[in-house]
Design a protein around this ligand. Structure first.
Ligand SMILES: CC(C)(COP(=O)(O)OP(=O)(O)OC[C@H]1O[C@@H](n2cnc3c(N)ncnc32)[C@H](O)[C@@H]1OP(=O)(O)O)[C@@H](O)C(=O)NCCC(=O)NCCS
Length: 207
C-alpha cells in the first residue's frame, strides 16, 4: 500500500475512550445515496472566512452537546476555534446553504522536525441537523483531503469518541482504518492539598 493520510478528529479531554483511524491515500470517498429525500437548497463548500467564526462556533455548540458528546462539548470553545482559524485557515472549510453555515471541517497540517512525514488532522467536523445524510460531510472531507495533499500531507488522522457511532460509520465508510483505542483518564483536583490550600488563601483574601 502507498502512503496514507492520518486525520485527528477533535481534541479530547479525560475520561473517554477514543478511536484513531488512518486513511490510505489512494482511497477516493464517494457520496452514495440510498433513497430520494426532500430537496435542499444548493450547498457550497468553500474556505472558511473570518466572518464565519461566530456561525461555525454556534453550529458546534448545537452539535457538541453536554448530553450527547460531553468530551467534545468540553473542548469546543471560541478561543480554540479562532486559534485554529488563525494558524490553519487554508484547511478550514465550511458548507453554506442560502447564506447559512450548515457544516464545517476544520483541519490542520503538522510537521515534525527531522521527520519526512507530514500529517493532516481533521480536528472538527460537523453537519447541521436537517442536512445530515445528504453527503455534506463527504464533500467537506473530500475537499479537505485535496487541500492536505496539496500541502504534501501523507498521513491523515481522525479520532472520535468510541460511542460516536455516526462518526465512526462515516470514517469507516470513507476508508479510515487501523483503529487504535486511546483511553483518557481524569482526576478530580478539588481534593488535592494544593487546591485546598489555594482555595483557603482565596477565601482569606476575600474577607
Ligand atoms: C458524523 C457527521 C459529520 C456525518 O455528516 P453527514 O453529512 O451526515 O455525512 P454524509 O451524509 O456525508 O454520510 C456519508 C456516509 O457516512 C455514514 N454515516 C453518516 N452518518 C451516519 C449515521 N448517523 N449512522 C450510520 N452511518 C452514518 C453513512 O454510510 C453515510 O452514507 P449513506 O447516507 O449513503 O448511508 C454528522 O453526523 C455530524 O455532524 N455529527 C455530529 C458531530 C460529530 O460527531 N462530529 C464528529 C466528531 S468532531
Amino acid at each position: 500500500m502507498g502512503s496514507a493520510f492520518r486525520i485527528h478528529l477533535g481534541t479530547d479531554s479525560p475520561g473517554t475512550s477514543h478511536f484513531s483511524l488512518i486513511l490510505p491515500v489512494n482511497h477516493i470517498a464517494k457520496n452514495n445515496r440510498r433513497r430520494p429525500k426532500p430537496s435542499l437548497p444548493p450547498i457550497e463548500i468553500r474556505e472558511m472566512q473570518l466572518k464565519d467564526i461566530p456561525a461555525v462556533f454556534e453550529l458546534g455548540q448545537e452539535l457538541f452537546t453536554a448530553e450527547e458528546m460531553p468530551t467534545l462539548y468540553r473542548c469546543w470553545d471560541d478561543h480554540e476555534l479562532a486559534e485554529l482559524f488563525n494558524t490553519n485557515g487554508e484547511t478550514c472549510l465550511v458548507a453554506e446553504a442560502n447564506g447559512e453555515i450548515v457544516g464545517f471541517a476544520l483541519g490542520s497540517v503538522m510537521e515534525k522536525p527531522r521527520n519526512a512525514w507530514r500529517y493532516g488532522w481533521l480536528e472538527w467536523l460537523g453537519v447541521k441537523k436537517g442536512y445530515k445524510r445528504r453527503g455534506v460531510a463527504t464533500r467537506l472531507l473530500n475537499q479537505l483531503i485535496n487541500l492536505l495533499i496539496d500541502k504534501h500531507a501523507r498521513i491523515m488522522l481522525v479520532d472520535t469518541d468510541a460511542r460516536n457511532h455516526a462518526a465512526l460509520a462515516f470514517f469507516r465508510k470513507h476508508g479510515f482504518g487501523q483503529e487504535l483505542r486511546h483511553v483518557y483518564l481524569s482526576q478530580n483536583l478539588e481534593n488535592h492539598p494544593k487546591y485546598l490550600e489555594k482555595k483557603l488563601e482565596e477565601e482569606e483574601t476575600q474577607l
